[in-house]
Design a binder for this molecule. Structure first.
Ligand code: ADQ
Length: 496
């Protein structure tokens, strides 16, 4: 059963996320068009929204000057998961551009992103950004109320509101308050896609109490792994003085008991297998590739990775002219100074290492700065000898999972993950590598390159089996189940 069979039981689901599951753009005639997004999360969650006649609330990717301008329907040929999401089921959140900039680039990306990744020195704490974060979250909450008001009032049906990520940690506060004022009942769930930091980091944020209160307005709060759950529970106890139950992961707040749950996200496993089966051959058989795929972000440990690879070539010259590092980095947050500096640093480092080792027939690093298509990505995942996933900190990391899904060749390659990614906690058969320890990291890469075939097969079989079972549909169902809202289409038809 996949999520096309699942509806949220006894009620519709409203998803609220910073971005809608597609972006709106203007074509050259000035007409609004939808540009579809095919991420795993959208693939898994959109059918649940569509099946249950629910709504999606989010920023449309463009500032609309006329709030009454109609949202376009999907193209007739659109086969992406959001094709069935009708325009009247989409609530685009409109926020004044300067408030949006301060909320999104200021508070979300310049404060919460580094702080929650335990990099407080990179975080800025500005009252103005926080004020605009509050305003923006209120706006998202008001739009969610519009959706709740439009749902038919059927006896016994309680709609489910699923709030996503660090952009919207306060929204549930007002959704709960407004819904109570209007006598609308709903269940509220939250999922954080990035790590939740330990208390001594979290409390650096001047308005940390408000964040916790916002999240605790939900009935259930989900994180990727147990460590983040425990950090959150700890913060609730130490910041707010809440009574907590660490064993059962419960927090008492406002006369309610809030459930806290580890819900590790998965990927659309079968889709990646199919892509790998059809993908073109882009790597020649006499090349051994170590593969890195990341957004160009300082949390992903890219500089450390290049230095570890350089160390490998220094210490193990037998890999010279035989092994290359293929690093694919998607441009990200390119208008932010820190990201521009990282791009500069990477360019220089790639140049220096290549200058040092390149021979007439071989370059040690192939660096792609850009997005690659899903087919190309699957080809690289399938034919690489090593998947190198070494973030300094990462909520989960989907690349590690996509790599193993595409490893359909026998014998397969080897996955290396950082213990500081959620994936490092759950993908037990990967080689673990501390990215900060450059010397040791180079030895782990050497071990992966020289691992016997039977060990590679054994490790990869276990990794693939787990990801296949715990795919993104399983994750969506786990969320619904944790909310007490899981129902299959069959049950739904019976009730109907
Ligand atoms: P991200 O920080 O964006 O996600 P990640 O989980 O690795 O990180 O997802 C990146 C996605 O972008 C992958 O699906 C990957 O295929 C794609 N991608 C990366 N580079 C690409 C390239 N050059 N071309 C094309 N596609 C590319 C946040 C959190 C993570 C968490 C996810 C989901 O930071 O920790 O795993 O949300 O919860």
């Amino acid at each position: 059963m996949d999520c096309t069979d699942v509806v949220a039981s006894s009620g519709s689901m409203i998803v609220i996320s910073n971005r809608l599951p597609f972006v709106l753009q203007r074509n050259k005639d000035g007409k609004l068009v939808r540009k579809a997004s095919a991420g795993g999360l959208v693939t898994a969650v959109a059918p649940v929204v569509i099946n249950g006649n629910g709504f999606w609330v989010g920023w449309p990717g463009i500032h609309l000057t006329d709030p009454n301008e109609p949202i376009p329907e999907s193209d007739p040929g659109d086969i992406t998961p959001t094709a069935g999401l009708k325009s009247d089921k989409v609530i685009p959140v409109q926020i004044n551009p300067s408030i949006f900039d301060s909320y999104y680039n200021g508070c979300c990306n310049a404060t919460f992103w580094p702080l929650f990744h335990s990099m407080p020195d990179r975080a800025s704490f500005k009252g103005e950004h926080w004020k605009n974060y509050v305003t923006a979250n209120k706006e998202f909450a008001e739009c969610t109320l519009k959706a709740l008001r439009q749902l038919p009032k059927t006896t016994g049906e309680v709609p489910l509101v699923w709030v996503h990520d660090y952009h919207l940690m306060l929204a549930a506060n007002w959704i709960r308050q407004y819904a109570e004022e209007e006598n609308i009942s709903c269940k509220l769930g939250f999922f954080l896609h990035i790590p939740f930091p330990p208390w001594d980091i979290f409390r650096l944020f001047p308005w940390s109490d408000e964040i916790l209160q916002g999240m605790l307005a939900c009935d259930m709060v989900g994180f990727h792994i147990t460590d983040y759950c425990l950090n959150f529970v700890d913060c609730c106890q130490r910041n707010l003085g809440c009574r907590v139950d660490r064993k059962n992961l419960l927090v008492e707040h406002g006369g309610r008991s809030v459930r806290v749950r580890p819900l590790p996200i998965g990927i659309p496993f079968e889709r990646f297998v199919e892509l790998a089966e059809k993908a073109p051959k882009l790597i020649s058989t006499n090349q051994k590739i170590i593969l890195g795929v990341d957004r160009l972000d300082y949390t992903k440990g890219l500089v450390h990775r290049l230095l570890a690879f350089e160390k490998l070539l220094e210490k193990h010259p037998e890999h010279l002219e035989k092994v290359s590092l293929l690093q694919i980095s998607v441009p990200s947050r390119t208008d932010v100074k820190e990201y521009q500096e990282l791009k500069e640093e990477m360019d220089q480092l790639v140049g220096r290492i290549n200058g040092r080792f390149t021979t007439p027939n071989w370059s040690p690093i192939r660096y792609i700065y850009g997005c690659v298509s899903q087919d190309e990505l699957a080809a690289f995942y399938r034919d690489s000898a090593v998947g190198l996933v070494t973030p300094l900190r990462d909520g989960m990391n989907l690349v590690a999972k996509e790599f193993v899904a595409c490893q359909i060749n026998i014998p397969p390659g080897v996955l290396i993950v950082s213990p500081f990614a959620g994936a490092g906690e759950t993908m037990h058969e990967a080689l673990i590598c501390n990215p900060y320890e450059i010397d040791d990291a180079s030895e782990v890469i050497h071990r992966a390159l020289t691992m016997p075939e039977d060990e590679r097969i054994l490790r990869m079989n276990y990794l693939r089996r787990r990801e296949k079972l715990n795919d993104v549909n399983y994750w969506t169902k786990s969320f619904l189940s944790a909310m007490g809202s899981l129902q299959t289409q069959e049950d739904h038809d019976d009730i109907g």
